[in-house]
Design a protein around this ligand. Structure first.
Ligand SMILES: Nc1ncnc2c1ncn2[C@@H]1O[C@H](COP(=O)(O)OP(=O)(O)OP(=O)(O)O)[C@@H](O)[C@H]1O
Length: 383
């Protein structure tokens, strides 16, 4: 029989979520025991999946805070242990659902919207916009995952604060399950997280097509994202192997094309979208980035010209039943860049910045663009 104080501690622990799985640790079988003695001294034993798991300190601190604040508790101590292989197996089953086998994540029947972000050229701000969009959608209450498939320029961990001083946060591995780190509410996986101790700033990754294909396939199969509303993919620029891989593995993906206002960049942006279309994906919209830079006197300098976004949207709408919309035009903004460099996207840290504000509007439009549900089974739970 547990005492009222012990019941209060268990209830408090229901509020502690595993920072990677985003579910209560009590539900995941991570609390081994709770004892509160007559003087109100609580002792909580928790079990981690592996020794030295990156989330350990956070879980320990959250458990300590929750137990200390429970009614009837005067002091608290947290003991940390590691799961046995059997406990770990039970844990992975609980996380994946008791289906025994690995679920097919993001298959054609999945309700997750898959949005692949592509661009013709490099350096147009594709990764910055993808990261900002992911964070903005998560801030709207959606469950969001982000796959950084830009093998040549994996910049997502840096933009989301998961990479500092040449060290990138590593995913936790629990047997054959890879748990992605969570940044600003977004579950993130990046090729940059699999370089071991190598400093991603000075590590060149040279990949051949089949290896790229296998890596993306593994990301989609072994990385546990849970039930997502939206999965975003940051593709490398151009019309390469990964775009084709994504077309094969995720034919239901929608594509967003990022381009600059420069008309000369339009051809290559259109080509990257046409490759996606050839592999069965739908081009959902165009986003223009690096548009006019506002000056202190109110005038605007069009550093990269103007009209590129409109042009790409118009070209991609030719011969289509549904026109491809220009979803927005994000201005050049030094504060936007600085926020990305610091690891906190401007949509969170400075939402009033003109570039961040436009990206928040774009996120709202993207959230409203959801694909139709006709012909798919709905995960509806009756109340
Ligand atoms: N609207 C903007 N205003 C100011 N700077 C921006 C803006 N958008 C992106 N940048 C900056 O431009 C640089 C390139 O952006 P980013 O890495 O996102 O481009 P990319 O298209 O993903 O490049 P690549 O595909 O080559 O990796 C970054 O330093 C980023 O902070």
């Amino acid at each position: 029989m547990s005492s009222p104080a012990e019941d209060a501690v268990w209830r408090a622990l229901d509020g502690v979520r595993d920072p990677e799985i985003l579910r209560p640790i009590t539900e995941l079988g991570m609390v081994q025991s709770v004892a509160v003695d007559a003087s109100g001294r609580a002792e909580v034993s928790i079990l981690l999946t592996i020794a030295g798991c990156p989330a350990a300190r956070r879980i320990e601190a959250d458990v300590f805070a929750a137990a200390s604040a429970a009614a009837g508790v005067t002091s608290a101590e947290v003991r940390v242990g590691v799961m046995t292989p059997e406990q770990r197996r039970a844990f992975t089953e609980r996380v994946r659902g008791a289906r025994g086998s690995r679920p097919q994540q993001f298959g054609p029947d999945s309700l997750t919207r898959v949005i692949a972000v592509t661009s013709g050229k490099g350096g147009v701000g594709k990764s910055s916009l993808t990261a900002g969009l992911a964070v903005a959608l998560a801030a709207r209450g959606l469950s969001v995952g982000l796959v950084d498939a830009d093998v040549f320029g994996f910049s997502i961990p840096g933009i989301l604060g998961l990479s500092r001083d040449g060290r990138t946060e590593q995913p936790t591995r629990v047997d054959d399950m890879i748990l992605p780190p969570v940044a600003h509410g977004v579950k993130v996986i990046s090729i940059g997280m699999f370089l071991g101790d190598a400093d991603p700033r000075s590590t060149a990754v040279s990949w051949r097509g089949p290896m790229l294909h296998r890596t993306i396939e593994q990301f989609l199969r072994d990385v546990w994202f849970g039930e997502l509303d939206v999965l975003l993919l940051d593709l490398p620029p151009g019309t390469g192997d990964i775009a084709i891989t994504v077309g094969q593995l995720l034919p239901q993906a929608e594509v967003l094309v990022v381009t600059t206002p420069q008309e000369a960049a339009a051809d290559v942006a259109v080509r990257s979208a046409l490759v996606a279309r050839q592999t069965g994906q739908r081009v959902a919209g165009v986003v223009e980035n690096m548009a006019g830079l506002a000056q202190p006197d109110g005038t605007v300098i069009d550093v990269f010209g103007s009209g590129g976004g409109e042009l790409v949207a118009a070209r991609l709408s030719e011969d289509q039943d549904r026109p491809v919309p220009l979803l927005g035009s994000v201005p050049l903004s030094p504060a936007f860049r600085e926020a990305g460099d610091r690891g906190t996207p401007a949509v969170l840290g400075s939402p009033g910045d003109p570039a961040a504000a436009e990206l928040l509007r774009i996120a709202e439009r993207v959230a409203g663009l959801g694909r139709g549900l006709a012909g798919r089974s709905l995960r509806v739970t009756p109340r």
